[in-house]
Design a protein around this ligand. Structure first.
Ligand code: SF4
Length: 300
């Protein structure tokens, strides 16, 4: 099959657009949509220092590649990489991530749960009856740590490699949990919290994987041993099956999520800092709540 835009051989069929694209036009298609999304949200501005949350997987490495390619020549914009080691045996390999940062020549900041919280995720899970809550603990602890590291590195934006599938899954998970608050939440600003950007949120996972294959080469995918617990896995399968019949579904769900954001009519919450850890928070600091729960569980 030939490319719908030229006579070269196509490497992908975008079922939702009906287009067959060659390598060059596929790359153009991805990069132009990401640039449009960045412009729409004013995600990259003059003087920004962008901290890329770099796990070393296809999403975050592709994002680093894209940001360097697009903004690396701009003297007013700096790009850093930040890697968090959760302490999951056999999962996170910092040497691979370091190789990526050396290749792109960006400053690299690292931190670990062990140093920050005195316990690894494996240690936390070992103190639980089972590993069902591993992802909730991991998410809360990682969010605070990556924010602190980004702030200390002078970052003005924190970039995550979430793709369209991640975004649609998050909306669906909130629907399945009946979590109206999260679905309608307003993005709140707190001076200590670095604004988060998700430039790849409009690109399907399969296209990010192909973009990574074309531009950053093969990457190790160790897979987290706790991933089987996530509701996300079930939602992912459900959405993938449905999207096979209705190719634009993930775009529609993401658009719905964006439409609902900011519709909450709940009382405004004043930005504050957590009295225990001093980090920015809205109301009770979830990280300190999780850490005290983990301590209690370990005493039992
Ligand atoms: Fe953390 Fe869960 Fe992701 Fe593993 S799958 S890294 S435990 S959030």
């Amino acid at each position: 099959m030939n490319c719908s835009k030229c006579r070269r051989e196509a490497i992908i069929h975008q079922r939702y657009s009906g287009m067959h694209l060659c390598s060059e036009h596929f790359t153009d298609s991805v990069e132009s949509r990401v640039k449009r999304e960045i412009r729409k949200h004013h995600w990259v501005e003059h003087g920004d220092t962008i901290g890329v949350a770099l796990s070393g997987g296809k999403d975050s490495t592709s994002l680093l590649h894209f940001l360097i390619k697009t903004f690396g020549h701009r003297p007013d914009i700096s790009i850093h990489a930040i890697t968090i080691d959760e302490g999951i045996a056999g999962y996170r390999d910092l040497s691979e991530t370091e190789t990526i940062t050396q290749h792109y020549g960006v400053p690299w900041h690292t931190a670990s749960f062990a140093e920050e919280y005195g316990i690894t995720l494996d240690g936390i899970v070992a103190g639980q009856k089972d590993d069902r809550r591993s992802c909730s603990f991991c998410g809360v602890l990682r969010r605070r740590l990556v924010n602190r590291i980004a702030r200390e590195a002078g970052c003005t934006k924190l970039a995550f490699g979430f793709n369209l599938d991640d975004e649609a899954q998050s909306v669906m998970m909130n629907v399945l949990r009946g979590d109206t608050e999260r679905l309608t939440m307003t993005q709140r600003e707190n001076p200590g919290m670095i604004p988060r950007i998700r430039p790849f949120a409009v690109i399907p996972e399969r296209e990010v994987a192909l973009y990574a294959h074309l531009h950053v080469g093969s990457l190790a995918d160790h897979g987290c041993p706790y991933a089987h617990n996530a509701l996300r896995g079930d939602v992912r399968r459900l959405l993938n099956d449905y999207t096979w019949q209705h190719p634009a579904t993930k775009f529609a769900i993401r658009a719905l999520g964006e439409e609902l954001q900011g519709r909450s009519t709940g009382p405004a919450i004043t930005p504050e800092v957590c009295p225990e850890c001093g980090e920015p928070a809205f109301g009770r600091c979830r990280t300190c709540a999780v850490l005290s729960e983990v301590k209690q569980d370990r005493k039992r």
